[in-house]
Design a protein around this ligand. Structure first.
Ligand SMILES: Nc1ncnc2c1ncn2[C@@H]1O[C@H](COP(=O)(O)OP(=O)(O)OP(=O)(O)O)[C@@H](O)[C@H]1O
Length: 246
């Protein structure tokens, strides 16, 4: 499973409603294979729900999600939701390797420890989630997602609880480890989008649609001082303000 070619994921005329309230209709877009796809948009517009539909966590009533390889999509996905969903009874190491245990395969403890070290949690590897801060818990969830080594990685605001220095380090490490995978990452932060985005889209408007941002030059992770990052984040924020009021 880990050597599957990371697919492009296509959304065709997708519809979502909750209790007869339409969230979006006829939504069409693509998330590019092997790229960092970033999704922005105002709170409540439907970003997390779209990610959950791709992950198979919300059933599809109308429209289609397709992908361009032959493997079942759910088996290719590693999903990091907004809630960390850490198991309170398991140590940090066991939380990170939980997927292996659930699949009844021997955990790769060396790989897990390496990732835990890179996310800065080596000192708490044998502690329990209740002993950690919110930002530390989020890094455990990040480590668990990275440990899975799947071709498709869905991440819903994975760095939202982190201070700006840690956030920058985690962005760099995530880009390094997930290079060549199909990543769909939700963020509210235009700066983050411009640092690590290769294909940036905004979910916005009435009715809700997807808008694609022109590609940004340079390889990711772009340096925070890169003038392109500075300029495009300002443009992106302006666009977000425009789209949220239209
Ligand atoms: N299980 C549910 N039952 C009913 N309504 C829901 C459910 N899940 C989401 N919604 C509604 O669907 C809309 C979209 O929610 P969603 O969480 O997808 O938005 P979002 O863009 O990810 O928001 P945020 O940026 O705040 O996380 C919201 O109005 C929300 O209240």
């Amino acid at each position: 499973m880990t050597d599957a070619c990371p697919p492009t994921i296509s959304i065709q005329n997708l519809h979502l409603s909750f209790q007869n309230r339409d969230i979006f209709s006829n939504l069409c877009t693509q998330f590019l294979g092997g790229k960092f796809n970033i999704l922005l948009g105002s709170s409540g517009v439907g970003k997390s729900s779209l990610l959950k539909m791709i992950a198979g966590l919300i059933p599809i009533s109308q429209g289609k999600i397709t992908w361009d390889n032959t493997l079942p999509l759910p088996r290719q996905i590693s999903y990091m939701g907004q809630q960390d969903l850490l198991m309170p009874w398991a140590t940090i190491l066991h939380n990170v390797t939980l997927g292996s245990k659930l699949r009844a395969v021997k955990p790769d403890k060396n790989r897990a420890k390496q990732i835990i070290q890179q996310v800065g949690l080596v000192d708490v590897v044998h502690q329990y989630p209740s002993q950690l801060s919110g930002g530390m818990r989020q890094r455990v969830a990040l480590a668990r997602t990275l440990y899975e080594n799947r071709p498709v990685v869905l991440m819903d605001e994975p760095f939202s609880a982190l201070d700006s220095v840690t956030r920058t380090k985690m962005q760099d490490y995530t880009v390094k480890l997930l290079q060549g995978k199909t990543v769909i990452l939700i963020t509210h932060d235009p700066f983050e989008a411009c640092r690590i985005g290769e294909h940036i889209q905004i979910l916005a408007g009435k009715p809700v649609q997807i808008y694609t941002i022109p590609p940004i030059d340079g390889t990711i992770p772009r340096h925070p001082n890169d003038p392109i990052v500075q300029q495009t984040q300002a443009d992106l924020l302006t666009l977000l303000i425009q789209k949220s009021s239209s």
